[in-house]
Design a binder for this molecule. Sequence first.
Ligand SMILES: NC(=O)c1ccc[n+]([C@@H]2O[C@H](COP(=O)([O-])OP(=O)(O)OC[C@H]3O[C@@H](n4cnc5c(N)ncnc54)[C@H](O)[C@@H]3O)[C@@H](O)[C@H]2O)c1
Length: 396
Amino acid sequence: MPESCNVALIGQKFMGRAHSNAYLKAPLFFNLPLVPRMHTIVGLDLISLAPFADRWGWRNYTTNWKEVVKNPEIHLVDVGTPNSMHAEQSLAALAAGKHVACEKPLAHTLRDARAMRNAAVRSRKSKTFVWYNYRRCPAVALAHRLVKEGRLGRLYHVRGSYMQSWGGPETALGWRFQKKYAGTGAHGDLNAHIIDLARFVTGQEIVEVTGALAETFIVDRPLPPSATPRDAVAVGRKGEKTKGKSDVDDATLFLARFAGGAVGTFEGTRLAAGHQNSVHLEVGGEWGAVRFDFEDMNALWYFDAREAKATAGWRRIVCTTPGEHPYAGAWWSEGRIIGYEHTFVNMVADMMAVLAGLEPTVPLPTFADAYETQRVLEAAMLAAKHRAAVKLTEIK
Ligand SMILES: NC(=O)c1ccc[n+]([C@@H]2O[C@H](COP(=O)([O-])OP(=O)(O)OC[C@H]3O[C@@H](n4cnc5c(N)ncnc54)[C@H](O)[C@@H]3O)[C@@H](O)[C@H]2O)c1
């Protein structure tokens, strides 16, 4: 019998469901060296917590995260709350000697992120993870391997974009549109993912943000209705004003240089009509290129520039072959495609491997790793604010 790892998850909404599903499914599909046990779910809304716990298989539920992170029965604390809560909850969990898996971005400010990185480095026994789940699409993991094997040669170009379209003027002023909860808008929400992906696939750090542009197209947004439970961070009450101000970016674009000399473009937006969740990355080099888009997530496009020109062309690799493609062996037989939720299940499997002292399928982001992504976010914010290039050496 493999040993078990008692998990407490803080947050029971979007990521609450994604992570709960992952803890449920990982032991069913992977032969895990350590099995996650769904010990306690934590949220703000007691009324919906009981049915949530019952539905997803959490043994306990509570609204008091401070007690949970100190509970000696808990091994891993999973933080799935709005960005501004990541630091306080993660730091308390680390202080109590727990392993911590925190959602992205690491924090809503660089200062909080640094405190988390420092605490993680200090607490040697605790492992830390950050849910940059797109690394665990088999196609992205394959791109990482191809680049690592040197298949693209010297890298020249990185093109990242994360385009969504849900952020129009009718979208209410939830926590994602408020700096005090989110830190930034599309930037920390979406660019964080593509910065992580670019760093992961290229294996190179960004050394300079050469220029950036942050735009808030929609300042006045409807306040969430008074019926919104507390956990939506409601800011309005019936009979009071109906609109509030968004103080975050709807879109942020920036240019960057990588340590190995490649140049990159990044674009994160919630106002890209026609795109719902297009997480896009293209890396091109001397000998070829790879291209990924989450809206076709089972495929990696690969171009081999050394093939004869007469027959060279983009090759669409469907990354579902067990034994050949990362994670594919845990799922179905060839050609049976997977989806969004599998990236989280794959991540739980890798976290359990690391906690058991084994290697993950591809590297997991730790707090220290995610701090490097946070530094790039900060550099781009400063570049936009000052309309100037910002070297990463300026961001400590
Ligand atoms: N990896 C991804 O692809 C991905 C996708 C979406 C969101 N996220 C990240 O996940 C985090 C949560 O986002 P979400 O979309 O799930 O938000 P959400 O608003 O859907 O859920 C937030 C949850 O946090 C809980 N919460 C808030 N304050 C709390 C407190 N003090 N104590 C206990 N519970 C508290 C709420 O009850 C709610 O259940 C964010 O950091 C976000 O950036 C990541």
